[in-house]
Design a protein around this ligand. Structure first.
Ligand code: F6R
Length: 239
C-alpha cells in the first residue's frame, strides 16, 4: 500500500482528483468504480472544476458504484444513485448510458450475477474508489467471519446505521443494502482509498497495521498490489 498523508480534505481531493484527471486523459474509455458518502465529495468537486476548466472529459468513461440501499426508490433523494448524479454525474459530460448501478430493489442473486457480468463485459474496473467505515467496512461489507466475493445483499450494522441515519430526515434509514463484494473490489486493477477525520483513525490503523481478517474488511487491501491510501493527519494519527 502506498500511504499518502496530506493536510486536509481539500488537499486530498486535489491529489486524488489529479490522479483521476491524468488517468482519464491517458485512458478516455476507462472503467471507474465510484463510492458515495462524505469522504469522496472534495474529489468529486475537484473533478467537476477540472471538467469546467476543460482539463478533462468523461465522455468515454464507464462507471460502476459500490453499493445501493434496498427498499428505496432509485430516484429517492437519499439513494446513492441520486448522490452520484448530484455530486458528479450530472455535473460533467458523462454519458448516462455508461452509468451502471446496483439495483437495491431487484432479486439479490439475479442482480449480483448481472453486475458481475456487466463489470466483466467492460473489461473490469480500472480504478475503484473507496472510503472506509468506522468499523473497517469497505463498500457495505461489514465485519464478519468471511470475506465475500461478488455483490450481495447485506444487513447493515448498528455502527453504519448510526453513521448514515443523519441523512434520512423523512423516512427511517433502510437496514439492507446491495453491495459489491470483497472479491469484486479486489479484482479492480487499482484501488484508491480515502479516509479523513479522527473517527476513522482506529479503522485505518487496523487496515494498515492489523492482521488481514474479515473482522476488519479493509485489511484485505494489504493483499492487493496497487492501492493508494490518502489520509489526513487525524485519520493517520494512530499509525
Ligand atoms: C459508500 C460506501 C461506504 C463509505 C463509508 C465511509 O459507497 O461504500 O463504505 O465509503 O461508509 O462513509 P463516509 O465517507 O460518509 O464516512
Amino acid at each position: 500500500m502506498e500511504i499518502r498523508i496530506l493536510k486536509n480534505e481539500a488537499e486530498i481531493g486535489a491529489a486524488a482528483g489529479k490522479l483521476y484527471v491524468d488517468y482519464i486523459n491517458a485512458n478516455p474509455d476507462c472503467v471507474l468504480g465510484f463510492a458515495t458518502g462524505a469522504t469522496p465529495v472534495p474529489t468529486y468537486n475537484f473533478l467537476v472544476d477540472e471538467y469546467n476548466k476543460g482539463n478533462v472529459s468523461f465522455k468515454g468513461v464507464k462507471t460502476f458504484n459500490l453499493d445501493e440501499y434496498c427498499d428505496l426508490p432509485k430516484n429517492h433523494k437519499n439513494s446513492y444513485f441520486t448522490f452520484m448524479q448530484e455530486n458528479l454525474f450530472s455535473r460533467v459530460d458523462l454519458n448516462q448510458n455508461n452509468v451502471d448501478f446496483l439495483d437495491g430493489n431487484a432479486d439479490p442473486e439475479t442482480e449480483s450475477k448481472r453486475y458481475a457480468e456487466a463489470i466483466k463485459a467492460k473489461g473490469g474496473i480500472d480504478i475503484q474508489l473507496l472510503g472506509i467505515g468506522r468499523n473497517g467496512h469497505i463498500a457495505f461489507n461489514e465485519p464478519s467471519d468471511k470475506f465475500t466475493d461478488e455483490a450481495w445483499k447485506v444487513t447493515l450494522t448498528q455502527s453504519t446505521i448510526d453513521a448514515n441515519s443523519i441523512y434520512f430526515d423523512d423516512i427511517p434509514m433502510p437496514h439492507y443494502a446491495m453491495t459489491m463484494g470483497i472479491g469484486s473490489i479486489m479484482r479492480s486493477k487499482k484501488i484508491i482509498l480515502i479516509a479523513t477525520g479522527s473517527s476513522k483513525a482506529e479503522a485505518v490503523k487496523n487496515m494498515i497495521k492489523g492482521e488481514v481478517t474479515p473482522q476488519c474488511p479493509a485489511s484485505v487491501l494489504q493483499q492487493h498490489d496497487d492501492v493508494v491510501v490518502f489520509l489526513d493527519e487525524a485519520a493517520a494519527a494512530l499509525l
